[in-house]
Design a protein around this ligand. Structure first.
Ligand SMILES: *[C@@H]1O[C@H](CO)[C@@H](O)[C@H](O)[C@H]1NC(C)=O
Ligand SMILES: [Fe+2]
Length: 228
């Protein structure tokens, strides 16, 4: 113990790259009635917290992965093959931290600027994008996520994509940068909408989505681009 304290004092750290539970950017009751206080409190302080705590415990007992960033754990096939539970918990911690930022009180509406321009180019219209994302959310079998992402893998053919992923899966594992997500695990909507996932997804687009967050995510991958 003393030995560790001395090492800590001179700057040698045993700490893993800890995964954190971020505070919500709004209060637990701020998204009601679309998402009730009860749902949000349980989702954040129980479900998300459990993924974070489990991930940190696993990182502590798995020194070979303890220093890796969450993004690296999500993207690296070898890490996933070696420790699938670590992947699941780290990815769920990341996905939820991202999901909270996709929501805001009195959200909805449409994106602007470059993001809107790319949506019109790649899907035809905002409505076409929304329909596609709603459809992916509805056809995600069991628990998972629906995403708007940026696929920059083919130079000269960069484009926006809509995908669904199963369980904890994240588009970064396929080289796609997440711009926006909808959590379609039942814990996200069951208390408020029961089995009606479609009503939750409609409420997401009508009253919750924060398009500024998606715009900011696009800007961080495409810095310095002119508005379309
Ligand atoms: C919406 O997202 C933007 C960009 O991340 C953020 O600055 C803003 O605070 C968010 N709005 C609300 C009301 O949370
Ligand atoms: Fe969730």
């Amino acid at each position: 113990m003393l030995f560790r304290s001395i090492l800590a004092y001179i700057g040698v750290s045993f700490a893993a790259a800890a995964i954190e539970l971020p505070d919500l950017p709004y209060s637990y009751d701020a998204l009601a009635p679309s998402i009730s206080e009860k749902t949000l409190r349980t989702h954040h302080s129980k479900h998300h917290a459990k993924y974070v705590n489990t991930a940190n415990e696993m990182l502590k007992s798995d020194p070979s992965h303890a220093k890796l960033s969450a993004e690296k754990i999500i993207q690296d096939r070898k890490v996933r093959a070696n420790n699938p539970s670590l992947f699941n918990n780290v990815a769920q911690a990341w996905n939820h931290a991202f999901y909270w930022k996709c929501l805001k009180p009195n959200g909805g509406g449409q994106p602007t600027g470059k993001l809107m321009g790319m949506i019109e180019r790649d899907f035809g219209s905002f409505d076409a994008l929304r329909t596609k994302m709603e459809n992916e959310a509805l056809t995600c079998f069991g628990s998972g996520w629906a995403w708007l992402g940026y696929d920059g893998k083919n130079r000269g053919h960069e484009k926006l994509v809509v995908i669904k992923t199963s369980g904890a899966e994240n588009p970064m594992a396929f080289g796609i940068t997440p711009l926006l997500t909808i959590d379609v695990w039942e814990h996200a909507y069951y208390l408020d909408f029961q089995e009606k996932r479609g009503d939750y997804v409609k409420a997401y687009f009508d009253t919750l989505v924060n398009w500024s967050f998606a715009e900011e995510n696009l800007k961080s991958i495409l810095p310095g681009h002119e508005e379309l």
